[in-house]
Ligand binder design. Structure first.
Ligand code: SF4
Length: 419
């Protein structure tokens, strides 16, 4: 093995892969069998993140950064004058095994530029996963990018060897795609997603009936959208995400703030980087839809198509819907409790369980992990004065953000300091 050349390829292809944010815990539970290497069980894999929030615990590389397409937002586009490189299938297999043995990684995230056509590229990606599983008995986590336009047969093989598959949607709307990636079309992305969704259901059903039948993409499928390269609003973005969650049973939608890569009249200027905060707010909105029972049209509407940057979307919703509050913590329904700012899913369950045995107060909530500095404004307790007073403060948002003091603050500090 020529180590210098491999090193060079690694630095080029790992650097090119950093723009893809769609890797994270899988929920997959592939076990170590036959004294093989690794496992991807239970908790999924562990991750650490670089400063800019990219996942680094997987070996995250491109098979090649040679690409026949010219997507304007992409550093790998064919018209970009950059150094190109390509791994062989065996090189990726060897790197994965060597890094795994050294404890550098827990799995592989493999994507690729489209170097000849969709099928040839997908074939190589599948070959890596197949070799790792069958020849190296590797049971660690594998996330493969699915290449839009690849055949169902290849997608089927991919699902049998990989834990997770993902097709990047690239841009939130078809119009955005036409503008910046005119060679691509949404249907080529939807076809593999549909196939994977159906196969997952089929194999899960088989598994219920025949214990020994294989798993198909046990970590499910995910996708990624680039935010801020095209002028879509947050409203459009969360509606797209919502539709794809529903239609394709996606495990995750990832939002990747556009990083300026070229001077192109179709793109925002090189100076206008998407604030990380916008990305965070989209993740929070996404979380609300998946775990807190919010509908996309409750989070944003046409009159207010962008998420506020100064408050998270749940607090924003609560401030716009004060009529919904205060909620009596002793009697409110679980789904209503989930809507209280400062209450997470776990603490909502604790509240429902805890109130069976006692009358809850602020201190109980604090111990349950509730962010009481926020929640206190939206709840009421039996015999409490909170019910009528806190919500009526005209500058509630500023009080919660801590820019002004509440006239009731001393009272609460005193209550909490008793414990
Ligand atoms: S097909 Fe993928 S790798 Fe190629 S230019 Fe478009 S986004 Fe980049």
């Amino acid at each position: 093995m020529n180590f210098e050349r491999i090193n060079e390829k690694l630095s080029i292809l790992a650097d090119a892969a950093k723009y893809d944010v769609s890797c994270s815990s899988s929920g997959s539970n592939r076990k170590n069998k036959n004294k093989g290497l690794g496992d991807a069980s239970g908790m999924g894999i562990c991750h650490s993140y670089t400063e800019d929030g990219r996942c680094v615990s997987l070996l995250k590389i491109l098979l090649t950064n040679v690409c026949i397409y010219d997507c304007a937002y992409c550093v790998t586009r064919k018209s970009n004058d950059i150094k190109r490189a390509a791994f062989t299938v065996q090189e990726v297999v060897d790197l994965t095994i060597n890094f795994y043995r050294r404890n550098y990684i827990e799995g592989l995230f493999l994507s690729s530029g489209i170097f000849k056509d969709a099928n040839t590229t997908m074939e190589r990606l599948v070959a890596v996963a197949k070799k790792l599983r069958l020849e190296q008995n590797f049971n660690g986590y594998i996330h493969l990018k699915s290449i839009p336009g690849a055949t169902d047969e290849l997608m089927k093989e991919a699902g049998l060897y990989a834990d997770r598959l993902s097709v990047n949607l690239e841009l939130p709307t078809v119009e955005g795609l036409k503008l910046l990636a005119p060679d691509k079309n949404r249907q080529d992305m939807i076809n593999p997603m549909t196939f994977v969704k159906n196969e997952i259901i089929l194999y899960q059903d088989e598994k219920r009936r025949f214990k020994k039948s294989p798993k198909f993409a046990p970590g499910g499928q995910s996708t990624q959208m680039i935010i801020g390269a095209t002028p879509e609003t947050d409203l459009q973005i969360i509606h797209t995400a919502n539709d794809f969650y529903k239609d394709f049973n996606l495990k995750r939608v990832y939002y990747s703030g556009y990083i300026p890569v070229s001077q192109d009249a179709r793109l925002p200027s090189l100076q206008s980087q998407v604030p990380m905060l916008r990305e965070n707010r989209l993740y929070q909105a996404d979380w609300l839809m998946r775990f807190y029972g919010f509908r996309a049209d409750e989070i944003l509407d046409v009159k207010k198509p962008f998420l506020e940057l100064d408050v998270d979307p749940k607090l924003g919703w609560a401030l716009r819907n004060l009529d919904f509050f205060p909620l009596n913590i002793q009697t409110a329904d679980f789904h209503a409790i989930l809507r209280i700012p400062g209450v997470g899913v776990k603490s909502a369950w604790k509240i429902v369980e805890g109130r069976k045995f006692t009358k809850l107060n602020l201190q109980h909530l604090q111990k349950m992990g509730v962010a009481v500095n926020r929640a206190q404004h939206f709840i009421s307790f039996a015999n409490s004065f909170i019910k009528t007073n806190l919500l009526q403060q005209h500058n509630l948002k500023d009080i919660i953000l801590g820019t002004v003091k509440s006239k009731y603050q001393t009272h609460y500090s005193a209550q909490l300091s008793l414990f």
